[in-house]
Design a protein around this ligand. Structure first.
Ligand code: FAD
Length: 447
């Protein structure tokens, strides 16, 4: 503990998704929150290019937005996707619903639109001040100062409670990660990603806007999510380097030939494909594991929140949803521990870490699952069988996808429950196979 224990002043680094939500929640509790954001005000400067343009918002994110009155606004600006549309190389695409009853949907929403709505809400909250073009460079917990680079020079600002919501490459985390007893790991996938686009065609969506589209090709995979302007943002996941990889296509002709071969049903719907491919940056896919998430000095304490604490790969569409849950947890704990940061921060990291570890693991597993949709017939049968079991035994069987996307059951509990369920289903399957085997054997003996 330090003198920050009951501080009413909070320095929050990063006005991204988690930062804006948390600033709003803290402002409402009467805290004085200074938000330091590296970028210029996105409402004036225009969005950054190359970061994911839209994202899938599901139950956890919506639940969090509801607490700051943004749920309906978000849903109104989003497009519901009720299942995945799997596109084979040849033959027609097939639809697999996400839920047993076919009605539940994840929501495709513009990242910048959501961020701006959250920024507006944060700035309207008394006590919250957002400073743009303010890049945090260092944090000194002994002196209680944050070093910030601003257009008019480098300044030191006094800080007692520092909440680091500055994303996967958090500078705040870097400032404390080399302390004794602090563990940190970043695992990059060999796959990177590139964003492409399917524009509207004749004023309408060129493909079905009620699904998340997947072109699974084993080593690579492309997905597409719809936008309000009737375009789709495609994300191509492919190893970054090597002969079969993102860097292997370097001319417009190569790009077009590759897509004509691998994605023949959409290549003609992507008129700017070659330009986009050659111009757009390659993004990295990283899993960040840090522990502890908090550090304390004589004058200040810091806690990592959202991607800064636990960036995950995007294959479950949960990073932002999960980051929002962190903010809700801190808000809830401030209530429970009567604003005592010396109890709130340890309780926060202890409560969240098992859950963020669980979603990190499930997101990596889902990458394999999605790429394996190449065997879409096998997968479709499994999906149909699972949904049938869910309908017959609704209290016993719920798919992992549904628990992750359509419930707020803690991720660690989802992992435990679906592992147990998997074992039971495997046993039932084995018993069924044994029984069938016995019947077949008897049939053979009779003959
Ligand atoms: P960020 O949104 O990264 O915000 C960090 C903020 O801090 C930024 O505003 C940044 O400018 C600022 N900042 C950074 N450094 C500094 C500094 N030194 N000083 C001051 N400010 C700083 N999640 C989902 O839920 N659903 C999806 O479908 C989904 N799809 C994704 C697809 C891709 C390709 C990727 C890469 C991610 C996806 N995610 C998805 C994950 C999601 O984008 C992140 O989990 C989410 O943005 C994390 O929010 P955050 O607030 O922690 O960090």
């Amino acid at each position: 503990t330090n003198k920050a224990t009951r501080s009413k002043d909070v320095t929050l680094v990063g006005a991204g998704l988690a930062g804006c939500l948390l600033a709003t929640l803290l402002g409402r509790r009467g805290y004085d929150v200074t938000v330091l954001e590296r970028r210029a005000d996105p409402r004036r400067a225009g969005a950054e290019r190359g970061r994911s343009i839209n994202l899938a918002l599901s139950a956890r994110g919506l639940d969090a937005l509801e607490r700051v009155g943004l749920r309906e606004e978000a849903l109104a600006a989003a497009l519901p996707m009720r299942g995945r549309m799997v596109h084979p190389v040849t033959g027609s695409p097939n639809f697999q619903s996400y839920s047993a009853d076919g009605t539940r949907a994840i929501n495709s929403i513009s990242r910048s639109g959501l961020n701006e709505a959250l920024l507006d809400t944060a700035e309207k909250t008394p006590g919250v001040t957002v400073l743009f073009e303010s890049r945090v460079e260092a944090v000194d917990l002994e002196r209680g100062v944050v070093t910030v680079a601003r257009p008019d020079g480098v300044q030191e600002l006094a800080a007692s409670i520092v909440l680091a919501c500055d994303g996967a490459y958090s500078a705040t985390r870097r400032a404390v990660q080399f302390r004794e007893g602090t563990n940190y790991a970043q695992d990059f996938l060999e796959h990177g990603y590139k964003e492409l686009t399917i524009p509207a065609r004749d004023g309408d969506f060129a493909i079905d806007p009620t699904a998340l589209h997947i072109w699974a090709r084993g080593g690579s995979m492309m997905i597409a999510l719809p936008n309000l302007d009737k375009s789709f943002t495609c994300t191509l996941f492919w190893p970054k380097d090597g002969p079969g990889g993102l860097s292997s296509l370097s001319t417009a002709a190569q790009v077009r030939a590759h897509f004509a071969r691998e994605y023949p049903d959409v290549v003609d719907l992507m008129p700017t494909l070659a330009e986009d491919y050659l111009a757009n940056p390659v993004g990295s896919l990283v899993t960040v594991r840090a522990w502890p998430w908090t550090a304390h000095g004589a004058a200040a304490s810091v806690a990592l929140v959202g991607d800064a604490a636990h960036a995950i790969v995007p294959f479950y569409g949960q990073g932002a949803n999960c980051a929002f849950e962190d903010a809700i947890e801190i808000d809830t704990l401030l209530d429970r521990h009567d604003g005592d940061w010396s109890r709130v921060l340890p309780a926060y990291e202890k409560a969240r870490k098992p859950n963020t570890d669980a979603i990190a693991a499930m997101a990596l597993q889902n990458f394999v699952e999605m790429r394996d949709l190449v065997n879409s017939r096998v997968h479709r049968t499994k999906n149909t069988a699972m949904h049938a079991l869910e309908r017959w035994f609704p209290s016993l069987v719920v798919s992992r996808y549904e628990l992750v996307s359509f419930s707020t059951v803690p991720y660690a509990e989802v992992l435990r429950r679906t592992r147990r369920q998997g074992r039971v289903l495997t046993t039932i399957g084995a018993l069924g196979a044994t029984a069938l085997g016995a019947i077949a054997a008897r049939g053979l003996r009779r003959r």
